[in-house]
Write a protein that binds this ligand. Structure first.
Ligand code: URA
Length: 201
């Protein structure tokens, strides 16, 4: 299926109660051929109003970070764990994450990113449960053949002192993670693929 067709289906989704309070669905944005996919938590107020991901203050910081590694939004894909805004920006409920799970899974299946950058705790929990963002940020992990790179959420770096430096440092590792992956034959080895392993950076 084409990403555009999938996203058109997502726009009509009424699988959970968030459809009653949303203004717009925010399926995601960027290149369907992106090597890197960024996954956030869920749309906020601005995103809900415009139907686009990461366009508020956290989005501005994300753009700056992407520029830091010589890329623009056209080079990557940005999506969220849930496609509709949780009221008052509360955390998405487990059942909302579950209902949205097939949409994000299908987006990943179509884009086939080499690297998935997990923005913040909720995004990390969705793919790498039982880890701690404060301990595991900046450490790439391979699971079922997919490489994930958990980092702090840009919004957290805006209101918590010290996190911005961590976020910038982690972001700058992304080109090196991609380089290491090229040499890491285990990514294509069946037995290795089944395990969750550190990528050693
Ligand atoms: N925060 C997110 O996690 N996603 C957005 O799209 C915007 C802010």
């Amino acid at each position: 299926m084409l990403l555009e067709n999938l996203n058109n289906q997502i726009l009509k989704c009424e699988k959970c109660a968030l459809c009653k309070t949303r203004k717009n669905v925010v399926p995601g944005e960027g290149s369907s051929k992106a090597k890197i996919m960024f996954i956030g938590e869920g749309p906020g107020k601005n995103e809900d109003e415009q139907g686009r991901p990461f366009i508020g203050a956290a989005g501005k910081l994300l753009d700056e970070l992407i520029a830091l590694i010589g890329l623009t939004r056209e080079d990557i894909y940005i999506a969220n764990v849930v496609k509709c805004r949780p009221p008052q920006n509360r955390d998405p409920l487990p059942e909302e994450v579950e209902k949205c799970r097939p949409w994000l899974d299908q987006q990943i299946e179509i884009i086939k990113p080499k690297l998935i950058v997990l923005l913040g705790r909720h995004s990390m929990d969705r793919f790498l449960p039982n880890q701690k963002i404060s301990l595991d940020h900046g450490k790439p992990k391979r699971k079922n053949g997919q490489v994930y790179f958990p980092i702090y959420h840009p919004a957290a770096a805006l209101y918590r002192n010290g996190l911005l430096e961590d976020l910038q440092r982690d972001f700058k590792k992304i080109p090196r993670v991609l380089e290491i992956m090229k040499k890491d034959r285990a990514v294509n080895n069946k037995e290795e693929r089944a395990k969750q392993t550190d990528l050693g950076i």
